[in-house]
Design a protein around this ligand. Structure first.
Ligand code: ADP
Ligand code: MG
Length: 252
């Protein structure tokens, strides 16, 4: 679904990403890990178009791959890449349902939303959007809270709303930025189950996460960055015992 080919980015002469290459297979969860300053956020920002890479290709697409490197964020979103933010970007005064509806109107994805937007009447379009949003809320266990304002929800539920909003348009790729940061073990367990269900439903995810237990539990592949370089690409089991990775984490 996504292939990075020698993606590089420098800030003021210092390399933040140095010829990073890896692929994300359709229907899998790939985790992107690495110590602080490794370049994870920079990489996510390059994929989503927030910052243009200096060099390299970012090929995206199911059958036909297209180089999206350097395109504007809204153009990339429209191709079918959705994301969540570590610091939540949901709107606190709006209801849960309205926040999810935002995911459908902002993120016109290739398949689902595209078909919806071709519907003849605005009313039928709105009705289907609502049904769709409610269905996604149900999957995230939030259907009883559709009309609640975000501001009264506990933090764990807000994270779920942010996630449901990313998934609702059926994007081809979902980038998740630390989905369990700030959550306790029980809430983390629930998110793990939800993300596995999403994979089962056919979604492809790239996960930036510090919680190693979650990474080991749900990811199919792990990509390790260190000082802007990709030092490992393998299964969670292999990464756990890779000497390069241990050295990067335990410090020099
Ligand atoms: P991570 O998310 O893995 O912690 P980052 O991608 O945030 O790492 O940072 C990688 C490197 O790039 C760091 O050395 C950081 O200081 C630098 N960096 C990131 N963003 C900027 C920026 N906008 N301007 C200058 N340097 C930056
Ligand atoms: Mg970061």
């Amino acid at each position: 679904m996504l292939s990075l080919n020698k993606v590089s980015k420098r800030f003021g002469g210092l390399p933040a990403l140095d010829k990073v290459s890896f692929s994300v297979k359709k229907g899998t969860i790939t985790a992107l890990i690495g110590p602080n300053g490794a370049g994870k956020s920079t990489l996510i920002n390059c994929i989503t178009g927030v910052i243009p890479p200096d060099d390299g290709e970012i090929l995206f697409g199911d059958r036909q791959k297209k180089n999206i490197a350097g395109l504007e964020p809204h153009v990339i979103a429209r191709q079918g890449i959705a994301r969540t933010f570590q610091n939540l970007r949901i709107l606190p005064t709006m209801s849960v349902l309205d926040n999810i509806l935002c995911g459908l109107t902002v993120q016109a994805s290739s398949s689902f939303t595209g078909a919806m937007l071709r519907l003849p009447s605005l009313r039928s379009r709105e009705r289907l959007f609502r049904l769709r949003a409610l269905e996604m809320l149900d999957r995230f266990g939030l259907s009883g809270r559709a009309d609640w304002p975000i501001s009264v929800l506990p933090y764990g539920d807000r994270k779920k709303v942010e996630m449901a909003r990313a998934f609702v348009s059926e994007p081809d790729l979902v980038l998740l930025d630390e989905p369990v940061a700030g959550l306790n073990q029980e809430e983390t367990g629930r998110i793990a189950v939800l993300l596995k269900q999403m994979r089962q439903a056919g979604f492809t995810m790239l996960l930036v996460e510090h919680d190693m237990e979650l990474v080991m539990r749900i990811s199919d592949h792990v990509v390790v960055l260190d000082s802007g370089r990709c030092i490992a690409r393998s299964t969670p089991q292999e990464v756990r015992t890779n000497p390069l990775v241990l050295e990067a984490y335990l410090g020099t």
